[in-house]
Design a protein. Structure first.
Length: 538
């Protein structure tokens, strides 16, 4: 179990998986099929599209030719460009009338219908199929997305943009998390060992699947070649550096990441920043932090500094950029401990649930935000759904305790928190245990069952003995949340609840949670601090 899965899933176990944006948005990133200096790209696909456009000069053939030229880095003849001026940019470009993902978070169905109509007029459009897959995945239809991407890869089995998009899609499909289909697709292209963009995607997919790529040796040789511009080696160097870091070869990892930072895209920068959290010898130059689209990077930096409003803003931008990725939704929806961000946390969780309606952590996080907003019935409904999906998660029991407290059943809710604390202690999950203590203490202070100063002092003293890297900004934020409760007048009658939920409702749901019975054998709860000392040598 990760130190805290609700945050950990967003910030930990990162790999340099390809970004998945529209073809037009990828033009600055991918310039040429092999990216080799003085090498002309394979013009077979462009020749076919040129022939199609000359035979039938329509908006559809113009759009596909234009986007293919962008993705392949091919310069079209001047006379063709002039003739294309008479057509609109087409449905695939972000400036088109068809909603892109920047708009699609509001109504992905519109984009899906428009793309289906475009494909029905001319099915031989791999970029349209890819865009359809991207919208479908963001709309929660992973099966439809896989089917659409299969059409794209059949039409363009050697196209770098299509293949990298397929890699990113398959990384979100549970049936292919072992990476076997990714390797098959990339090997079939015939360009895997010659194209650093494809090679980096294969290594990243293997890393994400906890496997070692068979192509690490080839990648290292490619990094030593002088045939490629540094921009085209940035992700590859970062992917290899991540593997070296995992195997403890820190000097090699440092060299790889230094190479990746010569002319990086924002994905390579985010990876360097992630690995640098574990290895301080890896340096991320400040001048690369402002690469276009660096929403993830800025979200990570804001989280580290405790700038919670900035975290929420960057998570919204990150989710708009990649609305099929639940990581920004998980991270942003976890910020409801900050009162000013409760509503934003609800919105981010809801946005994430559009693409992943069975995500129990997003349901849990939204339930917390609802509870802090006084929407107890809505919070209970979400946590009930989360229990149906995942019955063995201590965070769900903690949230059930929060909802019970906010429903006015304080004694019962605090007891659920104490059971959660014992569960985390049983798992020896130190960081989650600390958070659970602080959430428990916030509710206890709010209810007036303790003043909280003595307990908070003991928790602070224990935290101060942790390594500096483990004293996360979020823990400081939770301490501040407890201090805010200490500074407020007791709520008294405001703790009352007149809704339909009863203690029996909470008990019925609690009985469905599969907590290990051994975790409830402790006779003391954490605020005494004895349990911390006993289990973690504090």
């Amino acid at each position: 179990m990760s130190p805290d899965q609700s945050v950990g899933r967003a910030l930990e176990n990162r790999a340099v998986l390809p970004r998945w944006r529209s073809p037009g948005e990828s033009v600055d990133e991918m310039l040429g099929v092999g990216s080799e200096k003085n090498k002309q790209p394979d013009r077979g696909w462009i020749k076919r599209l040129l022939r199609d456009f000359n035979d039938a000069p329509t908006a559809a053939t113009a759009a596909e030719l234009r986007e293919s030229a962008f993705a392949l880095g091919e310069q079209l003849p001047a006379d063709v460009l002039m003739r294309m001026e008479g057509f609109s940019r087409g449905a695939l470009h972000p400036n088109s009338n068809t909603p892109s993902f920047d708009q699609g978070v509001h109504d992905k169905g519109i984009a899906i219908r428009a793309l289906r109509k475009k494909i029905s007029l001319e099915p031989r459009q791999p970029f349209a199929w890819s865009e359809l897959a991207r919208n479908q995945l963001a709309n929660g239809d992973s099966d439809g997305a896989v089917a659409s991407m299969a059409c794209a890869t059949q039409l363009a089995p050697t196209n770098r943009y299509i293949l990298r998009s397929a890699v990113r899609l398959l990384s979100h499909v549970p049936a292919d998390l072992d990476g076997d289909r990714v390797s098959w697709l990339l090997k079939r292209s015939g360009s895997l060992t010659r194209d650093p963009w494809l090679l980096s995607a294969e290594i990243a997919a293997s890393t994400a699947a906890d496997k070692t790529s068979d192509f690490i040796g080839r990648a290292k040789k490619m990094l030593m070649d002088n045939k490629f511009h540094p921009r085209h080696l940035a992700e590859l160097a970062a992917a290899v550096g991540t593997v070296e870091h995992q195997y403890g070869r820190h000097k090699k990892a440092k060299e790889n990441f230094a190479q990746s930072m010569i002319d990086p895209n924002e994905n390579a920068v985010a990876q360097a920043l992630y690995v640098a959290q574990d290895d301080k010898k890896i340096v991320v130059p400040s001048d690369v932090l402002a690469r276009p689209g660096s929403f993830e990077t800025h979200a990570r930096l804001a989280y580290t500094s405790g700038a919670w409003a900035d975290v929420a803003q960057q998570c919204r931008l990150w989710l708009s950029d990649e609305p099929f990725d639940t990581r920004p939704a998980v991270l942003g929806s976890y910020l409801s401990f900050e009162p000013a961000l409760v509503q934003q946390a609800q919105v981010l969780a809801t946005m994430g649930l559009r693409c992943s309606p069975q995500d129990y952590l997003l349901l849990n996080n939204r339930a917390v935000a609802y509870a802090y907003s006084g929407l107890v019935a809505e919070a209970y409904s979400d946590i009930r759904s989360a229990v149906r999906i995942h019955r063995s998660h201590p965070h769900i029991m903690a949230t059930l305790g929060l909802i019970a407290c906010r429903a006015g059943y304080v004694e019962y809710g605090l007891a659920l928190y104490e059971q959660t604390i014992a569960w985390f202690a049983y798992l020896k999950d130190r960081d989650s245990l600390i958070r659970a203590v602080l959430y428990w203490l916030r509710e206890a202070v709010r209810a007036g069952t303790t003043e909280g100063s003595a307990e908070l002092s003991r928790v602070r003293a224990w935290i101060s003995r942790l390594p500096q890297r483990d004293q996360e900004s979020e823990i400081r934020g939770l301490i501040e949340a407890v201090e805010r409760e200490q500074g407020m007048a007791r709520l008294g009658d405001d703790l009352s609840y007149s809704g339909p939920l009863t203690v029996n409702d909470f008990e019925e749901l609690k009985m469905r949670i599969d907590a290990p019975q051994e975790s409830f054998s402790y006779d003391k709860s954490i605020p005494d601090s004895e349990l911390l000392s006993r289990d973690f040598g504090g």
